[in-house]
Design a protein around this ligand. Sequence first.
Ligand code: ATP
Ligand code: MG
Length: 647
Amino acid sequence: MSDAIYKVTPEWAKRAYVDEAKYNDMYARSIKDPTGFWKEAASRVDWIKPFTKVDNACFDLGKVSIKWFEDGVLNAAYNCIDRHLEKRGDQTAIIWEGDDPSESRHITYRELHAEVCKMANVLRARNVKKGDRVTIYMPMIPEAAYAILACARIGAIHSVVFGGFSPDSIAGRLRDCKSRVVITSDEGLRGGRVIAMKANVDAAVEKVNGEVDTVIVVKRTGGNITMNPKRDIWYHDAAANAGTDCPCEPMNAEDPLFILYTSGSTGQPKGVLHTTAGYLIFVAMTHQYVFDYHDGDIYWCTADVGWVTGHSYILYGPLCNGATTMMFEGVPNYPDNSRFWNVIDKHKVNIFYTAPTAIRALMQAGDQPVKKTSRASLRLLGSVGEPINPEAWEWYHRVVGDGRCPVVDTWWQTETGGIMISALPGAIAQKPGSATRPFFGIVPEIVDGEGNVLEGECSGNLCIARSWPGQVRTVYGDHDRFEKTYFSTYKGRYFSGDGCRRDADGYYWITGRVDDVINVSGHRLGTAEVESSLVAHESVSEAAVVGYPHDIKGQGIYAYVTLMDGVEPSETLRKDLIAWVRKDIGPIAQPDLIQFAPGLPKTRSGKIMRRILRKIAEDEPTKLGDTTTLADPGVVTDLVNNRQNKR
Ligand code: ATP
Ligand code: MG
């Protein structure tokens, strides 16, 4: 693995909220006196009624219960909008950049307030009340933000379903949370293509037989759709008579804020439930410190609001901090591979947060589309979603950031609400491929298969020993599944499902999902290490490795490899890659089989789905399991047809 280290520069140590000494102090205090630490942190939000109790969590199987600030009362939308009006009414809250590069808009905090109130009043007029579940299936348009914040304003629980999901996936999620109201748009636009949003909702609603009584439709393209007069209303009609003021519902700290289904990389998605105060405080605090957000900064997170990253780091965290946050409707390669960088120049973006899948795809196209743009405004880069291969990290740093911007690799999950392990740019030196150090209040533990907590340099299963305010409270409607999934494997701790290594400097390296660990002749190998070695080869842009049954070794290593643009697969290259990994990591890690793949199966949020690759490698292409969360099912057919012979 890479052993490069990128030190904090003196300028960063000076400008940042937190330098190394302060990080050490604050972290130590957060561990020694968590109650005092979080009590103080909670003053970053405005309370309707202050809390008297800070933390109250139990991780014991059968009695798992997590509460933070439990007797306080507040409203998340008030904290994200209303309280900023006096000082920031005319400041841009949201910069919206359309799919078409000629379309963009600036929405001030005052405008945001009026729009969210209108949407809230439309919901109220349809009799939506505190605790009701509202499903939001929208493209990346400002109305998606209005809808989310309108729910928070009136105390309805939003369940955002990513706009790329099929009618079946929408129906499953509607059914699971028993939602009777859906907010959608006529169509969506992504990469110049039209997406049939309303038609997908129609098909989904059909499947849940009459449970949904209201579909609110925002006009985006003006395309042809069918409106059911008994059920569907145009948002612009309803909003025409809606007032631009709507009182905020007083919410208990532990009242639900939203349900969000996980990406489904490992199987059936879980309805992760987050509550109001702890979540909001945690995402606002992590947004401020990890991205070192200062007044006036232009901040862009490229995620979709359909994922937790969009919830926490496009909307709730930045808006709670009074930031200017960008929402992007399009994709990285439309109209061409320079889009991200052109948008950065257009809006003078200072902080840029994206995913390894996008970085690898853009790296595949070479440096030129990046280099022809300026990117002079950039100061900080971030990554989230998967382990970032050191090669991709270096490219991001060297080419995108011109060697000038620190890279924060942020490890977290839908379940954690916000960032758990990450560098702070003014405090923590970065090692490419490592998420580095824990955030304040976070106690990572690495545990072996028997549940023993390992000390010092070690490798094992990543657990979190203590509760933190942003933690998931339950799996919606299935507390039993919640306890079993996260608290039954290792007694008394939250189990993340990820494998992890801690190095001699106390840095954390996510090695992949524990379910994906490969056991070769008794040696346990994380997927990330082998994949990163392959990606470090100049011909490779992306790689995924899985194990398959092997007569002698127990498991053999099967590697799926996507090549750089312009490179052709060949037997020589295959041998080259095997020798490359052998030299880089050792004979134990050398792939037994390599399949050249034009594309890899990914979730809609861009994560490689290894469980499907494993089935193909095991020669069981008929047992692929749930594939509804796949972005492009066509990829799988090609992989199945070209699978490698084991003999
Ligand atoms: P499911 O739980 O349904 O299988 P999922 O785990 O993909 O889906 P998310 O909550 O979106 O759903 O993803 C969290 C996971 O993403 C983490 O557990 C980890 O495996 C991976 N991940 C996220 N950020 C990082 C990172 N910076 N480094 C390494 N892995 C990361
Ligand atoms: Mg997960």
